[in-house]
Design a binder for this molecule. Sequence first.
Ligand SMILES: Cc1cc2nc3c(=O)[nH]c(=O)nc-3n(C[C@H](O)[C@H](O)[C@H](O)COP(=O)(O)O)c2cc1C
Length: 191
Amino acid sequence: MKRLVVAVTGASGSLYAARLLDWFRSLREKQPLEVGVVFSENAPTVWEWELQQPMPRDFPCYAAKDYFAPFASGSSRYEAMVIIPCSMGTVGRIAGGISDDLITRAADVMLKERRRLILVPRETPLHAGHLENLLALTRLGAIVLPAMPSFYGRPSDILGLVDTVVVRVLDLLGLEVPSARWGSESPVSSV
Ligand SMILES: Cc1cc2nc3c(=O)[nH]c(=O)nc-3n(C[C@H](O)[C@H](O)[C@H](O)COP(=O)(O)O)c2cc1C
């Protein structure tokens, strides 16, 4: 059983998280996958504004301040965490060791346990403080995977564009999505 944490913050780009959850719904039919989800306090506001759809209810969802969530402890067996999209506020708090909500606490746990932590930051332009925080987190072992879609696969719609980021996250989580590989006949399959 692969156990993963998906954290969603109040940065723009809720669609990246929604799309990742779509992929998990499809993948968990083929392999044992447990996905714990946590939204920051501000994430639902942005999610509802950008997507105009309700929050997902088909994954175990933990409250923003629920420090009793299993992945708030290093003794739990969650092997990786992705924060998508990741605000600069959350980046700064993790870099500063300020574990003041479940997302920042769980990220701190991932780092201290030397497990995989993937950050998908969304902000532009970036000031030196943002860049220093991202560098500090990279040095601590996190993977910074900016929400920078690519165009060389000529995605035909917005979901195809979003998937150019999301399938890289899946790849780094060790989940195989062969149709998304460069050179495959259909660049990204629909889920
Ligand atoms: C519509 C909307 C879009 C936002 N986009 C971003 C963004 O792209 N990046 C960012 O760092 N903050 C963005 N913010 C601000 C964050 O939501 C805010 O700083 C929040 O306190 C971040 O806290 P969190 O990381 O705990 O969610 C946005 C806010 C709103 C309402």
